[in-house]
Design a protein around this ligand. Structure first.
Ligand code: TMP
Length: 212
């Protein structure tokens, strides 16, 4: 692959994207692709520190726009230090969350507005968008029940939000999917694991074929 391939993975809480992408990563590696597996917020040291501030600092009141700016700052750092160099060297980048998470969580669910959040993110990413985005579609009820059952998963600040907030997240993603049908593909993530994995892998294989 000449230029690399940038794939982001999106969804609400408990969508199961991490486990599915783990398996996709190992399948692609077995097929001798170079893969960078990474996540947002985080992926490089400064962005991981911002992640800690955003997600794991209990009792920290934060203004909604401050939160949006911190996500955008973490994104910028991660993009230039890790994602772009990997794409440059021809890797497949599998990134857990990217710009769509900000549009949906900060823009739609917090109510700042997707347009506003898009503007600050344009400053951060300078036009670099994923080639493909997989949206793991799970209802908030199913997703939150999965999170509750998952004992090993760390507490995160977004877990304290109401079901109402997570329903808005779901609605936000649905709006984005409608407006970005070329880039964002929907995965029926309430289906059994193997089905979800195969659906996601097929879409990725098609995209790889398109650039090889
Ligand atoms: P996760 O790594 O378990 O998916 O958690 C990351 C959390 O951060 C998740 O609740 C969504 C949230 N988030 C935002 O609100 N905005 C963003 O831009 C990103 C990348 C994540």
């Amino acid at each position: 692959m000449q230029k690399g391939l940038f794939i982001s993975v999106e969804g609400g809480e408990g969508a199961g994207k991490t486990t599915v992408v783990d398996k996709i990563e190992s399948t692609l590696r077995k097929r001798k692709y170079t893969v960078l597996r990474t996540r947002e917020p985080g992926g490089v040291e400064l962005a991981e520190q911002i992640r800690h501030l955003l997600l794991h600092t209990k009792q920290m009141e934060m203004d909604d726009r401050t939160e949006a700016l911190l996500y955008a700052a973490a994104r910028r750092e991660h993009l230039v230090k890790k994602v772009l160099p990997a794409l440059e060297s021809g890797s497949i980048v599998l990134c857990d969350r990217f710009i769509d998470s900000s549009l949906v969580y900060q823009g739609y669910a917090r109510g700042i507005g997707m347009e506003e959040v898009w503007k600050i993110n344009q400053f951060a990413v300078e036009g670099h968008l994923p080639d493909l985005t997989l949206y793991f579609d799970v209802s908030p009820e199913v997703g939150l029940a999965r999170v509750k059952k998952d004992q090993v998963r760390d507490w995160n600040r977004l877990d304290q939000e109401t079901v109402h907030f997570h329903k808005k997240v779901e609605k936000g993603y649905k709006l984005l999917v409608e407006s970005e049908q070329e880039r964002i593909k929907v995965i029926q993530a309430e289906r059994p694991f193997e089905e979800v994995y195969h659906q996601a892998l097929m879409i990725i294989e098609d995209t790889i074929k398109g650039v090889e």
